[in-house]
Design a protein around this ligand. Sequence first.
Ligand SMILES: NC(=O)c1ccc[n+]([C@@H]2O[C@H](COP(=O)([O-])OP(=O)(O)OC[C@H]3O[C@@H](n4cnc5c(N)ncnc54)[C@H](OP(=O)(O)O)[C@@H]3O)[C@@H](O)[C@H]2O)c1
Length: 361
Amino acid sequence: MASVSALRAALLGSFSVLVTVLLGFGLPSLLNLGARALGLPETSVTECIVALYLGFVLYVATPRIPRGSVKVEGKAVFITGCDTGFGHALAKHLHKLGFTVFAGCLFKDKGAEGAKELEELCSDRLKVVQLDVCSDEQVDQAVKYVKENLGDTETSLWAVVNNAGVSTFGEIEFTSMDTYRRVSEVNLWGTVRVTKAFLPLIRRAKGRVVNVASMSGRMGCPSQSAYSVSKYGVEAFSDCLRYEMKAWGVKVSVIEPGNFLAATSIMTRDSVAVTAAKLWREAPTQVQEDYGKARFEIYMAATRSHCNTGQKDAASVLDDITDAVVSKRPYTRYHPMEPHSWLRVQLMTHLPGAMSDFLYF
Ligand SMILES: NC(=O)c1ccc[n+]([C@@H]2O[C@H](COP(=O)([O-])OP(=O)(O)OC[C@H]3O[C@@H](n4cnc5c(N)ncnc54)[C@H](OP(=O)(O)O)[C@@H]3O)[C@@H](O)[C@H]2O)c1
């Protein structure tokens, strides 16, 4: 064991020295070489570094470069979780752009408001489908329905948007195994189930799979373990799918929204109150005693006030999903989020763990 650690330390040491030497000697000459190749006068290294940094800032700050759009005519899209929130707005938005939209709604059969509102648009190009992403049977029925409705029309299933999701909160010791399973059943296994079922149709159209994950799928947060676990899974699944589908011409994109709690109904003050009561009721006695009711209440009050935070306008999420569906060259990952969240994700995913922990926890 000791020799393994010594070897590892030696390798790390040599690697650091190599990188430092390369950066120290190689980077300046490389930058000057680039300047010469561009026909620029011999510039100082400092100027080159400033130019490089400026390029990076511009890359981050400039609006999206136009990359061309696919034709909308003859294309259908299947979206899950259209009762409320992003899914509901997206169904209307893509329909307005001219797509045939199959809108999966969890409570269509119960005549829920969201499904009814979509049906009232009374369009041939907007079809509301009963869909619980946790049910093999309902997913199979949905595939059958899509096939029957596309039938011998010229329209093909171009994209599936896995948007359906649930959220929860609670520290790990308060979170039951049932909760971990329930959240992943919708967010992760629902995404896998729906994707697998529609993939043959999407493959034939050389279309798109768009998975709505979250910034919590790139970095963990205290009290969000069940949600994060499920969204990290969506990220992993999407990466593997993207590699496999490259050969088939299918593009896979992940949307990683930041905080839009104020814009959707994924977490409300009422749902927080119900979850809080359940968390306390189901916690083991020892956990209740050690954490204490007073601390728990303070934590829950903070979570309740968190419900109205974040962006109120979901337009950036809709724009990014639309880009992933419509653009000729969609991005692998989209980050509709506030600048401070974007910076946090970058630091948490790129810095060594010890440094990002020091900054944020
Ligand atoms: N809002 C945010 O801040 C945020 C941030 C990052 C990522 N996201 C992700 O964005 C996606 C959409 O969420 P949202 O914010 O728009 O919340 P939302 O308004 O609650 O929408 C989620 C939709 O999924 C539906 N759903 C839940 N369980 C389902 C199931 N088993 N089968 C089919 N549909 C089901 C819900 O139906 P009911 O309403 O009828 O239960 C609801 O219509 C989710 O994947 C979420 O994780 C949201």
